[in-house]
Each structure stands twice: as C-alpha cells, then as structure tokens.
Ligand binder design. Sequence first.
Ligand code: NAP
Length: 261
Amino acid sequence: MDLGLKDQVAIVTGGSRGIGRAAAEAFLREGARVMISSIHPESVETALKALRGLGEVEGSAGDVALEADVTRLVDETVRRFGRLDVMVANAGIAGEEINLADMGVEEWDRMMAIHLRGTFLCGREAARAMRKTGNRGRIVTVGSVAGIESDASGGHYNAAKAGIHSLTRSMAVDFARWNIRVNCIAPGWVRTDMTVGYIPPPGRPLENCGVMDRPGEPGEIANAILFLASDSCSFLTGETLVVDGGQVIVGPDVSQSVQRA
Ligand code: NAP
C-alpha cells in the first residue's frame, strides 16, 4: 500500500535506537527524507552510518527537554530539507522501579522534562514550522500502556505517559486550524535497549505481555507510527492507538506490583 510518504520530511526524536530507529528505517523505505535526533552525538553517528544506505537522512544531537535544542533541531531540518511534514516525538527514558514514597524531586522532574516538556516542545516547534512551510502536517507522540495501566514501571513514568496521551488531545484541538493532525501511539512491551532486564531473552516467557504472549518488536511499532503519519488515517486526530499485543485488554497482574513492607 502506498502511504504517500515519498519525499515527505520527517523528524524522529530518539531515532538512534529502538523504536525511533525502526521508525526512521520505515520512513526511509517509504521514500521519505528523515532527520533523526538523540541526546548522544556518537549514538546519532552510529545510527546514521546504518541508515544512509536506505535513503536521504541527516542527524542532529540534542536534548528534547531543552527548548534551544528542539528549536535548533526543527530549524536545521527546514534549512536542510526545505519543509517539515511529520514530527515523531519518540525520545524517552525508562522509569526506574522506585516507590513514589522514596522518589526524589530530581528523578520526578527529569522524567517529566524529557517526556512531557519534550513532547510539548517538539509539538510546538513542529506546528510553527508546518504553519510556515505548508499549513499542513502530522505529529505522532509516543505514550505507553503504562499511561493507561499502573504497573511497577515507576509512578513518574506512568504519569508522564498519561500526560502525553492528554497533551496529544490538546495539541490536536489547538493545531487543527492549521490542518495538523496529532495522534499518539501507546506501545506495550517492546524489545529494545530500554527493556533489557525486563524482557527475558527469546524463548523464555514474559509475564503480563498480553494475549499474544510475546513482546513486540520495534518494527511492529514503527508500522503503526507510519500509519498515523500517513493520509491513510486522514480522519483521525487526538487519538491514542494502543499497540500492545492485547496487554491492556486483559489488564496488569497487580499482585506482582504490590510488595508488602
Ligand atoms: P531506547 O531503545 O532506550 O531508545 C531511547 C532513545 O531516546 C534513544 O535514541 C536515546 O538517545 C533517546 N533519548 C533519551 N533521552 C533523550 C533526550 N533527553 N533527548 C533526546 N533523545 C533522548 O527506547 P525505546 O524502547 O525505543 O523507547 C522509545 C519510546 O517508546 C520512549 O518514549 C519510550 O518511553 C516508549 N515506549 C517504549 C516501550 C518499550 O517497551 N520499549 C513501551 C512503551 C513506550 P541516545 O541513543 O543518544 O541515548
């Protein structure tokens, strides 16, 4: 199926590894022009070496929690490619399993800054660029089933992801006047660097991973991101699409998360 992404310009934050890297690959295979970003310059360089064979791709290192870095990322993209059509606000960090009663303000604030402020900044800067260059665009945010269920992945992570689901709806309302659609993807367990230590190696069972009884692969989330970034869903905005192999429909096994003192 032609998703109509050929020659479209897409930014993928957190595009150096995991879900973001798979999304960058998927956009390039569709003929899109891609700017990846991530926080470590060496991580960007490593990814670019692997991605360059697939198509037109550039990279930029920066922290999505910093206004100046996100502004620079979008400016560089427009300068390099002439426009911006798609923003995938994917960069994120794992939630440590800290009981909220023991959590420090620094851990809380960093989690909120990367996920919530980062998604806000990426959405805001993308909307400004899209208004200028085409008055049309698509923004895909990355939430999580952790923003729907409350498991042991960390209350700060769960709250940040729930905030992204809400922010997605608000951006969809505010940006609709410029023909910009905003949707969110909420993955369940996905096999990436983030989940090393949580997901056992292939062949060993993973508890609570849904009715399909396996974690997802990054490419399976990338396909859903591509769909939300395409005109295949031209009547969809403000939605959170759960891609979790049926994890949320059966719910978390809360007994595993509740440890008695
Ligand atoms: P990952 O493999 O750990 O990759 C994280 C990416 O984010 C890397 O590219 C990393 O850059 C970048 N990054 C981290 N902090 C950043 C910052 N402050 N500024 C800019 N870039 C930053 O993670 P993943 O599993 O692909 O996760 C991607 C997204 O999906 C995250 O938002 C995560 O919360 C969400 N998610 C993941 C799962 C899962 O099971 N894996 C489930 C639900 C939701 P460097 O390479 O430079 O370090």
